[in-house]
Write a protein that binds this ligand. Structure first.
Ligand SMILES: [Fe+2]
Length: 211
């Protein structure tokens, strides 16, 4: 736990929050700026525990290979980040959830309490496809290490560190990794309830890219 007495800009966790906030502030959307401010002022209400230690070497290896300041800060704070806490876990099948690991950093049930916004980190393992899914929340991902082939609605592109993508409400999106895997920041705004989350199975999972 980080009590107010312990918090300082020399704290790797606080430094990471500052870098993460800077990334969202640079996005330019009002909801992104609001998320940046919330990250810097949120109260820590629960311990930060890493429940996905098996991914540590892969995540740290990717972060170490990134030139972004936020990636270096995430690497320095890795032991304090609560990997393995996916906010939409209850909506998913275990085999789908096995593709990735999530940090639920800020939100209604997260260690940093915020009732109206969610934000965290995302790691998707190498050579996996997280198929088309959608939700009511508006969402932004910012790649901080590794690479991925990203699908958002009818658009598809290779994303590397520094690239970002915004999903408007209910826009279906998917992520395919290669040999490296990918690490990203993410944030949700608007209707952040998890009830609307849906992984599209069957033929619809291929969307506009059906062969
Ligand atoms: Fe999403």
């Amino acid at each position: 736990m980080h009590s107010t007495e312990e918090v300082s800009m020399h704290d790797p966790f606080q430094l990471f929050l500052s870098e993460m906030a800077a990334v969202f502030r640079a996005e330019g959307r009002a909801c992104a700026t609001e998320t940046a401010e919330a990250l810097l002022s949120a109260t820590e209400v629960a311990p930060l525990t890493n429940d996905s230690p098996g991914d540590t070497d892969a995540i740290c290896g990717l972060l170490a290979g990134s030139t972004l300041a936020v990636a270096r800060a995430a690497l320095a704070a890795h032991d304090m980040l609560p990997w393995g806490h996916n906010p939409v876990s209850s909506q998913m099948k275990p085999e789908d959830e096995a593709l990735f690991s999530v940090v639920d950093l800020m939100g209604p049930e997260a260690p940093l309490y915020c009732p109206t916004l969610r934000a965290g980190l995302y790691y998707q393992r190498p050579n996996t496809r997280y198929g088309l899914h959608s939700h009511a929340a508006a969402e932004t991902y910012v790649i901080i290490a590794g690479r991925a082939l990203w699908t958002a609605g009818d658009a598809q592109r290779e994303m590397v560190a520094g690239h970002s993508v915004h999903h408007s409400t209910y826009l279906p999106h998917a992520c395919q990794t290669g040999d490296e895997g990918v690490v990203a920041l993410w944030r949700w705004s608007g209707d952040i309830g998890i009830e609307s989350y849906r992984l599209h199975h069957g033929a619809e999972a291929f969307g506009a890219f059906a062969a």
